[in-house]
Design a protein around this ligand. Structure first.
Ligand code: AMP
Length: 421
C-alpha cells in the first residue's frame, strides 16, 4: 500500500517523499479514505501511530480541492490540542506536509504574548491550531471568528477532558457552524469521551489502532523492582552500562524532574527538565536542544511531555510509574515511533506495585522483569495497602496542576543526595 493508492495528491506525496515516508501507517490507511469522502471520524490512536498525518493530509487535500483566499481572523481549519507542545507540533505538521501548497497556518497558545499571534491572524490564516484557553481569549477580544470553520479537529480528547477543558470546549463548539467535518482523536475511550463524541459527531466512522498492534510491540519493555532510595543509583548504573544516547525520563513531580536533571548534569550527562513551571521560552529552547542533540536526556512530567515528537529516542525511563495506566502507553510511545524499535525501562517501588498491575491489565501484557543489583523483592511482592500510593485528592478539575503540587508538598522522600554521586 502506498500513498498513491490512497489517492493522495501530488504536492502532498512530494512532501511525504521528502520526509522519507513511503507507506501509510495503519491509522492513515484506515482513516484517510473516509476523511477524503468528507466523513466525520472518531479515531482511537495514541501519539506515535502517525495519527497527525492521518488528519493533516486529507484536510490539506480537501482544502486544496476547493481553494479560497484567506480572510483575517477567520480560519477554515480549527485544531484543538491540550498542550502548547502538541499544538506547536501539529502546526509544524501542517507546515511540513503542506510545504508545496499555499496555506497559511498558525499555532496559538498561552504563556507567550498575544501580540505576534494577533498580527499574524489579522493578515489571514487558513489553519489555526490552538489550546482552548488562548483561543477563547482571542475570540472574546474579537480577533478570531469561527463561522468559516469547515474542518474541526479535537486531538487527545481524553486528555482535554482530564485537564478540565470541558466547558471551554463546549463554548468553542457552540461558536462553530453546524455544517463542518469533525475529526476527534483520543488515545483511550471512556464514557465521557463517548458521550462527547456522540453529541458532536454526525454519522461518524470509528477507526481504532490498538496499542498492541502499533507502538507497543516494537518496544522492548522491562520492569525494575526497586526501592525508592535506590532509584537514582539504579538510573546512574543504567547510564554507565547501556548505550543511552537519547533518553526521555518521566517523573511524577516537577521537583523530581529538576532534581534528576541536576544530578545527571553533575555526572556530566547533558540533561534538562521540562515541566509546567518553566516558561514557554525555556521549554521551547530545551526541546530544540533535545531535538538537535545538544541534550542527551530530557526529564519530563506527563503533561509537559504530551506530544513531544522527537525521532530516535533510544530509551524511555519511567523513574516513577504513572498512576493512570493510559499515561504509560503515552510515555513509552515516545520511543519506537512509527515502527522504529525502542526501549522502555520502568522503575517500580512497593507503593507503585498496583500502578503496574493496572498497566498490565490495560495493555494485556506482562512486562518482563529486569535482573539488576538493586532488585527489591519487597517491591515485587507488595500487595494490599503496601502496594498503594496515597494519592491526595483524586478529584477532577485540572489535575496537571492541583494534584502535582499537593503531591510535591506531601513530601517526596529524599531519594538521592549529592553524597551518592
Ligand atoms: P504521530 O503519531 O502523529 O505523533 O506521528 C509519529 C511519528 O511518525 C512522527 O514523527 C511522524 O512524522 C511519523 N510518521 C507519520 N507518518 C508516517 C509514515 N507514513 N511513515 C513513517 N513515519 C511516519
Amino acid at each position: 500500500m502506498s500513498f498513491g493508492n490512497l489517492n493522495i495528491i501530488a504536492p502532498l506525496q512530494q512532501a511525504l517523499a521528502k520526509e522519507g515516508y513511503t507507506e501509510p501507517t495503519p491509522i492513515q490507511m484506515q482513516a484517510i479514505p473516509f476523511l477524503l469522502q468528507g466523513k466525520d471520524l472518531m479515531g482511537i490512536a495514541q501519539t506515535g501511530t502517525g495519527k497527525t498525518a492521518a488528519f493533516v493530509l486529507p484536510i490539506l487535500q480537501r482544502m486544496s480541492e476547493n481553494y479560497k483566499s484567506s480572510i483575517p481572523g477567520t480560519p477554515r481549519v480549527l485544531v484543538l490540542a491540550p498542550t502548547r507542545e502538541l499544538a506547536a507540533q501539529i502546526d509544524q505538521s501542517f507546515a511540513t506536509y503542506g510545504q508545496f501548497l499555499r496555506f497559511r497556518h498558525l499555532a496559538i497558545f498561552g504563556g507567550v504574548r498575544q501580540g505576534p499571534q494577533v498580527r499574524i491572524l489579522s493578515r489571514g490564516v487558513d489553519i489555526l491550531v490552538a489550546t482552548p484557553g488562548r483561543l477563547l481569549d482571542l475570540m472574546n477580544q474579537g480577533f478570531i471568528k469561527l463561522k468559516g470553520v469547515e474542518f474541526f479537529v479535537l486531538d487527545e480528547i481524553d486528555r482535554m477532558l482530564d485537564m478540565g477543558f470541558i466547558n471551554d470546549m463546549r463554548k468553542i463548539v457552540s461558536a462553530l457552524p453546524e455544517k463542518r467535518q469533525s475529526l476527534f482523536f483520543s488515545a483511550t475511550m471512556s464514557r465521557q469521551t463517548d458521550d462527547f463524541a456522540d453529541r458532536l459527531l454526525k454519522d461518524a466512522v470509528c477507526v481504532e489502532v490498538t496499542p498492541e498492534a502499533s507502538t507497543l510491540e516494537c518496544i522492548e519493555q522491562r520492569i525494575f523492582f526497586v526501592d525508592h532510595n535506590n532509584k537514582y543509583p539504579l538510573l546512574q548504573q543504567l547510564f554507565k552500562q547501556q548505550d543511552m544516547d537519547r533518553v526521555l525520563i518521566f517523573t511524577r513531580t516537577k521537583h523530581r524532574a529538576d532534581k534528576i536533571a541536576e544530578a545527571l548534569n553533575k555526572s556530566r550527562i547533558r540533561a534538562d527538565a521540562i515541566h509546567g513551571n518553566k516558561s514557554q521560552n525555556q521549554r521551547t529552547k530545551t526541546m530544540r536542544d533535545f531535538k538537535s542533540g545538544n541534550l542527551d536526556v530530557l526529564v519530563a512530567t506527563d503533561i509537559a511531555a504530551r506530544g513531544i515528537d522527537v525521532d530516535d529516542i533510544s530509551h524511555v525511563v519511567n523513574f516513577d510509574l504513572p498512576n493512570e495506566p493510559e499515561s504509560y502507553i503515552h510515555r513509552i510511545g515516545r520511543t519506537g515511533r512509527a515502527g522504529a524499535s525502542g526501549t522502555a525501562y520502568s522503575f517500580c517501588a512497593a507503593d507503585e506495585r498496583n500502578f503496574l498491575r493496572s498497566i498490565e491489565r490495560l495493555t494485556r501484557m506482562t512486562i518482563e522483569i529486569a535482573d539488576h543489583p538493586y532488585h527489591s523483592e519487597t517491591a515485587k511482592n507488595a500487595v494490599g495497602a503496601a502496594a498503594e500510593m496515597a494519592i491526595p485528592n483524586r478529584s477532577r478539575g485540572r489535575p496537571g496542576n492541583a494534584r502535582r503540587e499537593t503531591f510535591h508538598k506531601s513530601g517526596p522522600r529524599k531519594e538521592y543526595s549529592s553524597r551518592r554521586r
